[in-house]
Design a protein around this ligand. Structure first.
Ligand code: SF4
Length: 344
């Protein structure tokens, strides 16, 4: 006889999950026996909708100083200096030479607007490279800038909600605006621009909040990516004693998200490591993986990683050999083609 959990999974496979059913699936997956069944279905749904291949992407973070004031209380990774556009262009070119087709520019943020700056960065890169660009400079772009970026063939615009719980958001991010982040998503939806969004697991939100968050972003037909950060407490921040988020919490949430949004790329963001990839894959995550990241300081290469010097103060950390090996060990191939999907 089928268990209650298995009956819920059947409903999920038919695309008929309500918020309360999704919550039961998430809570029930605290039990690893249930989680294995949830992950199996989520993986099956991913393979059916997004295919078996995975896709490389790359990122340059800290491209402009963060002007959020006061700064988010858990953050140590805000940019202090500008990334000069000519160095940005040179770095994008180098990433393209590595075979990469997609590049994500991120942070800092400015509630008063970084509209002029983002156009300048994209123009500088476009002058030397055809690499597809995605941007994440906070939530302040005007509708006019969104239209302009669309005209420049921007692959997506990011609005990172982090958490849908207003109290937790304002405690952790007193200088940032959840309303503006939501408005940017609405503008992108209206203008037909693919949306990339982020959810930060472990900031103090409840499982109910997570499900509410997934249903909120699910309404956007332009949603192409939802990335999952895993909370990491940094010393010298007000959140230094806040618990580190378990990878199990991320995996359970990814799996439920997959059942709710079969066509959306569900990725791993800040706070995850390459060693989180196997569990994420099992839980229905995919199909984009980070190939290379850029740093302004000489990075310590992890085992199997390569560091490529682009300029005196610009370095690429190439993770492709390690990630490729991990994924090949799970029967997956990683390819260079660009890929954007919609939340259909
Ligand atoms: S907006 Fe981003 S970069 Fe700026 S302080 Fe907050 S978390 Fe850090």
């Amino acid at each position: 006889m089928k268990s209650m959990y298995e009956k819920l999974l059947e409903t999920a496979e038919n695309g008929a999950l309500t918020e309360s059913m999704a919550l039961q699936l998430l809570k029930g997956a605290r039990d690893p026996q249930n989680a294995l069944k949830l992950f199996a279905l989520a993986s099956k749904v991913r393979d059916r909708t997004l295919g078996m291949d995975f896709y490389w992407t790359s990122g340059i973070s800290q491209v402009i100083p963060c002007r959020i004031a006061p700064r988010c209380l858990y953050c140590t990774f805000y940019a202090r200096t500008e990334f000069p556009p000519e160095k940005l262009a040179k770095t994008a070119k180098k990433l393209e030479e590595l075979g990469l087709k997609q590049l994500h520019l991120s942070g800092g943020s400015n509630l008063q607007g970084y509209d002029k700056e983002i156009i300048g960065m994209v123009e500088a890169i476009r002058a030397v490279s055809d690499i597809d660009i995605e941007v994440n400079l906070g939530c302040s772009f005007s509708a006019e800038t969104v239209r302009k970026l669309k005209g420049m063939s921007m692959l997506s615009i990011t609005s990172s909600l982090e958490t849908i719980n207003e109290d937790i958001f304002s405690q952790a991010k007193p200088g940032d605006s959840l309303d503006m982040k939501k408005r940017l998503m609405e503008t992108c939806e209206r203008e037909g621009v693919p949306i990339r969004s982020m959810i930060l697991i472990g900031l103090g939100e409840s499982e109910e909040d997570r499900i509410r968050h997934l249903f909120y972003v699910k309404q956007f037909t332009q949603l192409s990516h939802l990335n999952f950060s895993r909370f990491m407490p940094y010393p010298d921040t007000a959140y230094k004693n806040h618990p580190r988020c378990s990878p199990w919490d991320v995996a359970r949430t990814v799996a439920v998200a997959r059942l709710l949004m079969p066509h959306v790329h569900l990725g791993l963001a800040a706070g995850n490591t390459m060693d989180d990839i196997p569990l994420w894959l099992m839980a229905g995550g995919g199909n984009q993986v980070g190939a290379a990241y850029v740093s302004r300081m000489p990075p310590e290469p992890g085992a199997g990683e390569q560091v490529i010097k682009v300029d005196e103060d610009v370095y690429i950390k190439n993770r492709m050999p390690v990630v490729e090996r991990y994924l090949e060990g799970m029967g997956r191939k990683v390819v260079f083609e660009r890929q954007v999907t919609r939340n259909l």
